[in-house]
Design a protein around this ligand. Structure first.
Ligand code: SAH
Length: 383
């Protein structure tokens, strides 16, 4: 449980069962919890004044004993293709060496027409402010880590943007700042609330969680039979080279990661998604390709190819012919590989990680574009 005593009980940080024990503890009826839950997670209230179904005395009691914290939108910027980035600041005070700090994090709104009847409105959200991993290509790793987001800080990114835009979101991807599996409980609690019939009731297959490879949490996700999509950022097919690219590999080896991925496909009977950033000179050579093909043949998977979006390390993004050549080589071996950054898609990927590159590129992060395409496919196959 996350509350630090009654005064700091955050009513938007709790699932329905937790709210029920809270209301019962206040001597209230159980149904008050559901009313409150629906006000917050379905009707997206921003202040206690909107909880009109609760008696005034109870609202006052909530005001005194609990809190209903909200994020501040510090800034937003729109790109020419309609993608919009929002920067949030949390009201939580984090004690640091130089005084109080606040968590700042980002979400990106992406609209894609799709080939479907319904327009896809995807939000790419953060799970941490900063990240403790150091992936050499990723800009978030260069920022200071200010902590895991609480459940409400995850959810309020979505709710605040929906309130502001007056639009419903159809898909959520945990591909913003941070490693979702380093904040497993809050991420899963948030995903379950999003999926809840008394909340936004988003389909579980419209919620994608992406991990750099925190193997024990992948096993936990499988054990718990979580219904959400899982994506693994593979990025290099060689055990040693992957260590150089992604330091998470020092702790959890590529072999263990692939074993967990295989277990996912067998136990949950779902195809695993691998994300693979294409970095010329690093992971696109013939040997890399052969190793990637071996991985792709070993288990039921789909590979989303994403062009590098940063110039960290002096690396450059692949050009169009390098990308299509790589993709075709995989496809010719029977591997399901999608080129998520290729032109002609609804949202063209270009910018790198949220934190640094936005102003420069001002385009849609391509990893989020990849997830949108995935959701398109999964809804087609389910038709
Ligand atoms: N930590 C999680 C989620 C955040 S990163 C994870 O690693 O999956 C989300 C996706 O963006 C990952 O697939 C990651 O590999 C990709 N990514 C990170 N930096 C990138 C960059 N510079 N260019 C392209 N994709 C990038």
């Amino acid at each position: 449980m996350q509350d630090d005593g009654k005064i700091n009980y955050r009513i938007n940080d709790q699932d329905l069962e937790e709210l029920e024990s809270y209301f019962l503890g206040l001597g209230e009826k159980r149904f008050r919890a559901k009313q409150t839950f629906r006000r917050i997670h379905k009707h997206l209230a921003a202040s206690l004044d909107e909880f009109t179904e609760l008696p005034l005395a109870l609202r006052e009691q909530l005001n005194q004993q609990g809190s209903f914290p909200q994020l501040t939108i510090q800034d937003s910027s729109v790109s020419s293709n309609g993608t919009e980035k929002y920067i949030f600041e949390s009201p939580e005070e984090v004690p640091g060496r130089d005084g109080i700090r606040r968590r700042v994090f980002e979400a990106v709104w992406i609209v894609s027409d799709g080939d479907d009847i319904r327009t896809r409105k995807t939000l790419c959200i953060s799970s941490q402010a900063g990240c403790t991993l150091n992936c050499t290509f990723c800009a978030t790793g260069t920022l200071p880590f200010i902590g895991n987001l609480r459940t409400y800080e995850i959810l309020e990114q979505i709710y605040a943007i929906m309130r502001l835009r007056g639009e419903r979101i159809t898909n959520i991807v945990f591909m913003g700042m941070g490693e979702p599996f380093h904040n497993y409980d809050n991420v899963i609690r948030a995903a379950r609330i999003l999926n809840h019939p008394d909340g936004l009731h988003l389909a579980a297959r419209h919620i994608t969680i992406s991990t750099a490879g925190v193997v024990p949490s992948i096993h936990r996700f499988i054990d718990e039979k979580q219904p959400f999509n899982l994506a693994i950022s593979l990025n290099h097919p060689d055990p040693e080279r992957r260590k150089e690219l992604m330091d998470v590999t020092l702790k959890h080896s590529l072999e263990e990661l692939l074993e967990a991925a295989r277990r996912y496909t067998l136990d949950l009977k779902r195809r695993i998604t691998f994300e693979y950033i294409m970095i010329p000179g690093q992971n696109m050579g013939d040997e890399d390709l052969q190793k990637l093909i071996r991985i792709g043949r070993r288990l039921r998977c789909k590979i989303n190819l994403i062009p590098l979006n940063t110039t960290l390390q002096g690396w450059r993004p692949p050009n169009a012919s390098e990308m299509s050549r790589f993709q075709e080589s995989l496809r010719s071996q029977g591997i399901l590989a999608f080129n998520r950054g290729s032109p002609g898609k609804d949202v063209d990927g270009a910018c790198g990680m949220l934190a640094l590159r936005w102003n420069e590129g001002n385009k849609t992060p391509s990893h989020a574009a990849a997830a949108i395409q995935d959701n398109l496919e999964s809804s087609h196959t389910s038709l």
